[in-house]
Design a protein. Structure first.
Length: 74
């Protein structure tokens, strides 16, 4: 089973957390910081990835909290 990633996206002047493949936001916040904090906590608990989108909708940051199949050497 593939774990769904979480996306923090702009939504009508606010910020929402949406799971990949979902049609609706799970939660909406007044600030991006609040949304990122909650999404990070959820991603850590479920061991999945989190994508933070900018106001333009483009991905500006990506964090993985699961087991990395290609860890860096060193």
């Amino acid at each position: 089973m593939t774990k769904k990633s979480l996306h923090v996206v702009p939504s009508s002047g606010r910020w929402s957390i949406i799971s990949s493949g979902a049609s609706r936001a799970s939660r909406t916040f007044d600030t991006q910081g609040e949304a990122v904090q909650v999404a990070r906590s959820k991603a850590k608990k479920s061991g999945t990835e989190m994508y933070i989108h900018g106001k333009d909708g483009k991905i500006r940051e990506r964090n993985s909290y699961g087991k990395d199949p290609f860890p860096p050497k060193g």
